[in-house]
Design a protein around this ligand. Structure first.
Ligand SMILES: Nc1ncnc2c1ncn2[C@@H]1O[C@H](COP(=O)(O)OP(=O)(O)O)[C@@H](O)[C@H]1O
Ligand SMILES: [Mg+2]
Length: 398
């Protein structure tokens, strides 16, 4: 039942008074009047419970001393009812304060000591109705939140499934393209070579997008494993250069890899680190103008921490957007007619990977001047250990 239905059916609050004294019930009914309240009466526990089940009141005024089943037990039984929305129970008694403590412990929300003034009773009831509304709203939000989480799970599964399904035929396309390009089915003429090259480039771009999605989903699900090994940064740079050079060449961008300290060795997940850096470097190329320069540097900073910087002279990022760029599916320009390709998960993936490796990532940027992404990771990966607090100190030291 919706909140509005519970509280404001014909705009009146449904109030159940449970009291064996007809005088008390009559007095309360008289005080509250019929304008705001629709009043239900119960003379004992069993009839109160029946009324609660059948009519679901908005609020209950419950006498502490009832004959037979006493007020406390009625309160406990109401609280134990399944499928009942939150109904505030206001306990009334002339026995204070022991009764008060017991009542509140057993599920009452408010306690009033009789005799009570009409004005005080009214304002206490109003306060309880405000509480009810707040509780109902928060329950509603929790429900919606749960629904959203379920939807998110369905979406994740869908993305994983579709990505896998797309990957198989795409790999076949790329495989046959390679066979053709190698001349295994006869020499290709010049236009055929150009066309098969286009197929290969487009296919690889699509494959890397699919892989990005699969990596992202597996990180979100927590199934991505870190496989630490010992490796040299030099080899990582060679790999990055090899992969990125064709893209840089297409836009006539100068890619510069600079190792500020020789022989830096890491014991971490090389594959993951490369993935994170590739995402950042490919952005730098993508968001640079033709003929621009991109610098990728690595150096030792503080004990056991390595710093990478990926610097471009591209379009830059406005200050107000910097907070969002690491969020999944977020892009400065997310229009269909945008100039740059991509689905907006590269940086979210890079950040998740770097965090998983125990490091952190920051960005400094100026619109139309360029961006620098700064990455710190521990040289030696240790599960559940992060350099982030140290990293913050580091900011000052640099
Ligand atoms: N080097 C950069 N220069 C300017 N903007 C950038 C740069 N890197 C990332 N961005 C901004 O951050 C957004 C998110 O990046 P990313 O998650 O890699 O998604 P995608 O590259 O698919 O758009 C980009 O769409 C872009 O607006
Ligand atoms: Mg990207």
């Amino acid at each position: 039942m919706r909140l509005s239905e519970q509280v404001t059916k014909n705009n009146k609050t449904k109030l159940l008074i449970v009291d064996d004294s007809s005088n008390n019930r009559a007095a309360i009914s008289y005080w509250l009047g019929e304008d705001d309240y629709e009043i239900l009466h119960a003379v004992d526990g069993p009839s109160a419970l029946k009324i609660v089940e059948m009519f679901v009141p908005d609020i209950i005024l419950l006498d502490y001393n009832l004959p037979g089943i006493d007020g406390i037990e009625v309160c406990q039984r109401i609280r134990a009812m399944d499928n009942l929305p939150f109904v505030p129970i206001v306990m009334m008694s002339s026995h204070a304060p022991e009764a008060q403590v017991i009542a509140l412990e057993q599920g009452a929300d408010e306690f009033i000591i009789m005799p009570i003034q009409a004005t005080e009773l009214k304002s206490r009831l109003r306060a309880m109705l405000r509480l009810k509304e707040a509780v109902s709203r928060s329950l509603e939000l929790t429900k919606q939140n749960k629904k959203l989480q379920e939807l998110d799970k369905i979406k994740s599964n869908f993305i994983s499934k579709v990505s896998h399904e797309l990957k198989t035929p795409l790999q076949a396309i790329l495989g046959y393209t390679d066979i053709l390009r190698q001349g295994l089915q006869g020499e290709l003429n010049y236009p055929q070579r150009l066309m098969t090259k286009q197929i290969k480039d487009a296919g690889e771009q699509l494959l890397s997008m699919i892989n990005q999605l699969l990596d992202f989903e597996s990180i979100e699900k927590g199934t991505l494993q870190v496989m630490a090994e010992v490796f040299d940064i030099e080899n990582v740079f060679d790999y990055l250069q090899q992969v990125m050079a064709p893209y840089a060449l297409k836009k006539k961008i100068g890619l510069n890899f600079v190792l500020e300290n020789k022989g830096i060795q890491l014991q971490s997940d090389r594959n993951l680190l490369q993935k994170a850096l590739l995402n950042i470097i490919s952005n730098s190329i993508k968001f640079s103008k033709e003929g621009g320069k991109v610098y990728i540097t690595a150096r030792d900073v503080l004990d056991g921490v390595i710093e990478f910087k990926v610097k471009d002279e591209g379009v830059g990022i406005a200050k107000s957007n910097i907070a969002y760029i690491f969020e999944k599916f977020w892009q400065v320009d997310d229009s269909i007619t945008r100039n740059y390709g991509g689905i907006g998960i590269g940086l979210a993936l890079a950040k998740k990977i770097i965090t998983k490796l125990g490091g952190g990532i920051n960005v400094e940027s100026k619109p139309n001047a360029g961006s620098t992404f700064i990455i710190h990771i521990p040289k030696e990966y240790k599960e559940h250990e992060s350099i982030i607090p140290k990293d913050k100190l580091l900011q000052k030291a640099i």
